[in-house]
Design a protein around this ligand. Structure first.
Ligand SMILES: NC(=O)c1ccc[n+]([C@@H]2O[C@H](COP(=O)([O-])OP(=O)(O)OC[C@H]3O[C@@H](n4cnc5c(N)ncnc54)[C@H](OP(=O)(O)O)[C@@H]3O)[C@@H](O)[C@H]2O)c1
Length: 218
């Protein structure tokens, strides 16, 4: 399987690239910073330069030729302000989804966030509100497209080692945390289970082995 990952140098993306390479799949990491090429290659993926805030859907569609799936794992990141929540977390996902439609790549896994899907609470910090608004809009954009999408909303991300055990279900799932390594394993399993298409799933740490949890909602 050839999988193109937007945000290819992100923490989840690098873990996913390793998992895909280990099982013989071809991962392609889209990155904006040429200094990240070595890390992406070391993770076993092909590195392709593509800035999601300047590329056109036509540009990205060319990069998706021959792909079997797209994973949106980019994000403006913790230090960014409200405008980049919109230009990366919302518009970057919409760009990838538009390009996937153009290129005929139907399978699309979007990394969203728990908290998306509801308006930000009144009085919420402005940047957090912009983040949740952007993720909610990115989800709505994806649901409206003719793609085999799965929206994955992890809880708070940690850098702890993989546990292999999760709680994965349609919302609402009680708030919690989850290691990025387990998120990567869930994405790899979702790619193997197209029956998870057209579902929005929330993810936190739990008791169920990843493969069992993913198969049970397929
Ligand atoms: N933090 C949490 O607790 C939490 C919870 C739930 C969901 N999430 C979501 O999970 C996703 C992945 O998380 P993570 O920790 O793996 O993220 P991460 O390490 O911050 O990675 C995000 C990647 O997106 C890339 N990116 C940003 N702007 C870009 C652009 N214009 N063009 C191309 N790439 C760009 C970044 O590249 P640069 O290095 O070049 O900036 C970075 O490699 C994000 O969407 C995040 O919002 C986070």
């Amino acid at each position: 399987m050839r999988v193109v990952i937007a945000g290819g140098h992100g923490k989840i993306a690098l873990l996913l690239e390793r998992l895909l390479a280990e099982r013989g799949d071809q991962a392609v990491g889209l990155i904006r910073n040429p200094a990240h090429v070595t890390d992406v290659r070391e993770a076993g993926a092909e590195a392709v330069i593509c800035d999601l805030e300047t590329a056109s859907a036509d540009d990205v569609a060319v990069l998706l030729a021959g792909a079997d799936a797209v994973v949106f794992a980019a994000g403006a990141g913790a230090g960014s302000g409200a405008p980049r929540k919109d230009s990366v977390d919302r518009a970057g996902s919409a760009l990838m989804a538009e390009a996937a439609e153009q290129a005929g790549v139907r399978r699309f896994v979007q990394v969203s966030s728990m908290g998306a899907g509801q308006p930000p609470r009144p009085g919420t910090d402005e940047v957090w509100a912009a983040y949740i608004t952007a993720k909610t809009a990115a989800e709505a954009d994806l649901r409206a497209r003719d793609l085999d999408w799965t929206i994955l909303r992890p809880g708070g991300l940690t850098d702890a080692p993989a546990t292999g055990r999760i709680r994965l279900a349609p919302p609402p799932v009680p708030a919690g945390t989850v290691p990025r390594a387990d998120v990567a394993a869930v994405i790899a399993a979702l790619l193997d289970n197209p029956g998870t298409g057209h579902q929005t799933l929330e993810l936190v740490g739990g008791d169920n082995p990843v493969a069992t949890a993913v198969q049970s909602i397929s």
